[in-house]
Write a new protein. Structure first.
Length: 248
């Protein structure tokens, strides 16, 4: 590991799903359930797999992910609009259908932050380190509130903000750059934590000072290949490290 001290940086940006909270598991379940249904409706023999999630969906805005995976199966549907009903045979309708599955799972199961992630956030908060969340999900604020984390992050750039500000989806760096500007730090002075290949690539493209991959299933080498400076299994490894000048 070549992890630099977080004290060397002025701000920290976290992805949400799979970095702060285990909601990535809920998203994966919702996507699998929904696309199994959609592929059956479309007569697609090539079934949905976990590889589809990491290659086409993870880290991307919902409709962009839907369009990507449909294209991988040769399915062409109109884009539609965000207010399409979940029954609509459009990219937007299918994305809205998936959100229904996710919302139901979140309500039934609830969500708590990863213990190691919570420890690190609390430690950085105590040091008054500026922190923000950058998530492609339009449910980010809801998830952060449900996990008891929303008050920790004055800057939240999510799928709603991305749509309002016309920010390109990851792997473009737009969302991270927007968050860094909002938090008052240069990219080179900012740390990014990401578990998605597309998110790591976005942070690398944005010129961020330290890009840390969090391996929740994407694979260490894949995250390194996308541009991660280092890869962690759990943020607890950083929460347990003493800061400069701190004795433990």
């Amino acid at each position: 590991m070549v992890l630099s001290s977080l004290d060397d940086y002025r701000a920290v940006l976290f992805d949400l799903d799979g970095v702060l909270t285990p909601t990535a598991d809920l998203h994966r379940h919702a996507w699998q359930t929904m696309f199994t249904e959609v592929f059956a409706e479309q007569g697609v023999a090539d079934s949905y797999t976990d590889d589809d999630y990491f290659e086409h969906l993870d880290g991307k805005r919902r409709y962009d992910g839907v369009a990507s995976i449909l294209a991988s199966r040769g399915i062409r549907l109109p884009w539609g609009s965000p207010d399409d009903p979940p029954t609509a045979d459009t990219v937007s309708g299918i994305g809205n259908r998936k959100n229904n599955y996710f919302s139901r799972a979140l309500e039934e199961r609830g969500i708590r932050p990863y213990p190691g992630s919570l420890d690190l956030v609390e430690r950085l908060d105590a040091k008054r380190m500026p922190m923000g969340v950058v998530s492609s999900s339009k449910n980010a604020r809801w998830v952060l509130a449900a996990a008891g984390l929303i008050d920790r992050f004055p800057v939240i750039v999510d799928g709603v903000v991305a749509a309002q500000e016309s920010l390109a989806s990851k792997p473009a760096p737009d969302m991270f750059l927007y968050a860094a500007h909002a938090i008052g730090a240069e990219p080179a002075e900012t740390v990014v934590f990401e578990d998605a290949i597309s998110g790591v690539a976005a942070a690398r493209a944005g010129g961020f000072g330290l890009v840390l991959g969090v391996d929740r299933g994407a694979g260490e080498q894949a995250l390194r290949d996308a541009g991660a400076d280092d890869v962690l299994d759990d943020l607890a490894v950083l929460a347990d490290r003493p800061s400069r000048g701190e004795n433990r």
